[in-house]
Design a protein around this ligand. Structure first.
Ligand SMILES: Cc1ncc(COP(=O)(O)O)c(C=O)c1O
Length: 468
């Protein structure tokens, strides 16, 4: 394979996502010819570590043999059939298992030996979609329609967390708070109230990790005037990823649940980045249990790691109370008529079932518990010699740090320092991607201690190359 030729043809025809195409002249895309575990092989034979799990979806690394086997096995029977008319074993089994996961049961109820039935619990129904943005919009639409069909037609507004990100559709952009992604489309977007003053924490070692009491009164004061008009609050539980890998106290989820119950408002937990083990629990919302029950949202939205990043798939989990408001004779027009062609794609569901098998059999959460802290420890080690690294934070298999001046104030955005560091990292053998001047490591959940050490070393060398 001639890498240079492929790059030239690529730049002629392919529009790269989330990129200024002109940048690609100076920093051409990497010609990948193979991927295994944490490693990408390039056309010239070089191998580089995928330190960002390919946009956070490769929970189990590239080409996990059990996921690939499940894909082949399902493809030998059928790959997709219209789900408005049929039911299929991979889809039904996945829904049963996802509900058991989200309801907080052990792997005996969602692992390979899970019984073929719904396990009673809060979450009761699953609606499937092809990507995260669409799934967030499905939850938004369900919330709005639920309110209208239960006599609360005045509840048409949404609130969300400051610095949140929920995807690229018109609805999911509306409830996101990242200006750079939404600015050009503002005339199309609906208004959303963004809750500020969030209980930012550095991770589970923070003494106030499970305590949002100081910040809550000011958040509640923002919510109270909206109490009669809100349909739902949308949030990324615990980890706000695209907004800069920010961590919030899990106690916020408990408090939001209490407020929402008191005022008839629904909760939509966008677990797309934070769920499927990334934060050390199957769902990030489970971290709020803290010795008590899980303060469950009305909707939990999963994607990315759901298929281990092999195929696109997203799931919207909801509860009996929501589903009941859509259950009526057909002429009452209360059905949820959202239709996407590839809803419930059997290949994706078969792979997602295999991913759950791997989570159970290979003790993936235990691996995150033992190796995840090495990421943050590594960044802390780098920071002892580098006074421009600030606000260290880490949870599960994610650690992040901000670049800044020695006093902690931001560097000029026009310097694109984060980008420069990540370009150095690619040259040294690690695929990293900054969020502005936030640098983060977010490798597959089953990354070894040795590969984490390599990622940290490469990041240190790349920082030195840029900062001297
Ligand atoms: C929290 C969150 N929600 C939604 C999305 C959008 O998902 P997708 O890219 O599959 O549309 C993302 C993607 O990064 C995300 O991180």
């Amino acid at each position: 394979m001639n890498g240079a030729d492929l790059i030239r043809r690529d730049l002629d025809v392919f529009w790269h996502p989330c990129s200024q195409m002109r940048d690609k002249q100076a920093h051409p895309p990497l010609p990948v010819i193979r991927a295994d575990g944490c490693r990408l092989t390039l056309a010239d034979g070089r191998q580089i570590l995928d330190g960002i799990s390919s946009w956070w979806c490769k929970a189990l690394g590239h080409r996990h043999p059990r996921l690939i086997a499940a894909l082949h096995d399902q493809a030998s029977r059928f790959e997709h059939v219209i789900m408005a008319n049929v039911c299929t074993e991979p889809t039904v089994r996945l829904c049963e298992r996802l509900l058991a996961c989200a309801n907080g049961f052990g792997s005996d109820l969602w692992g390979p030996a899970a019984p073929p039935r719904r396990t009673p619990g809060w979450f009761a129904k699953v609606f499937l979609a092809g990507d995260g943005s669409t799934a967030v919009e499905i939850a938004i639409k369900m919330a709005l329609q639920f309110q209208a069909q239960t006599g609360q037609g005045q509840r048409t507004r949404f609130a969300a967390l400051a610095d949140g990100y929920h995807g690229e559709g018109v609805g999911s952009l509306s409830v996101g708070d990242l200006g750079i992604y939404k600015e050009p489309y503002r005339p199309l977007l609906f208004p959303c109230h963004f809750l500020s003053g969030l209980p930012r924490r550095s991770g589970p070692l923070d003494p106030r990790w499970h305590d949002a009491s100081v910040e809550w009164p000011a958040i509640e004061a923002q919510l109270n005037p909206l109490a009669d008009t809100l349909a739902a609050i949308v949030y990324e539980p615990v980890l706000q990823a695209a907004g800069g890998m920010r961590l919030n106290s899990p106690d916020l989820l408990r408090r939001l649940r209490g407020w929402a119950d008191a005022h008839g408002v629904l909760l939509i937990a966008d677990e797309i980045a934070a769920g499927m083990g990334r934060c050390g629990a199957l769902l990030a919302g489970h971290l709020a249990a803290h010795g008590g029950g899980i303060p469950q949202p009305d909707f939990a939205v999963l994607s990315k790691g759901l298929t281990g990043g092999v195929l696109p798939l997203a799931a919207v989990l909801t509860c009996d109370r929501i589903a009941a408001a859509f259950d009526a004779d057909w002429h009452e027009n209360r059905a949820f008529l959202h239709s996407n062609t590839y809803t419930g794609h059997a290949l994706a569901c078969a792979v997602a079932n295999a991913a759950l098998d791997v989570f159970a059999d290979e003790q993936v959460l235990a691996a995150v518990a033992s190796n995840g802290p090495l990421l943050r420890a590594g960044l802390e080690r780098l920071a002892t010699m580098r006074p421009y690294l600030h606000r260290m934070r880490g949870l599960g298999m994610m650690a992040a740090v901000d670049l800044g001046r020695h006093d902690g104030t931001p560097l000029p955005a026009t310097d694109r320092t984060g980008w420069r560091v990540c370009h150095e990292a690619v040259a040294r053998g690690a695929l990293l991607r900054p969020l502005g001047d936030t640098l983060y490591l977010l490798p597959p959940l089953n990354t070894t201690a040795e590969d984490i050490e390599i990622l940290v070393t490469v990041l240190g060398q790349s920082l030195d190359a840029v900062f001297g």
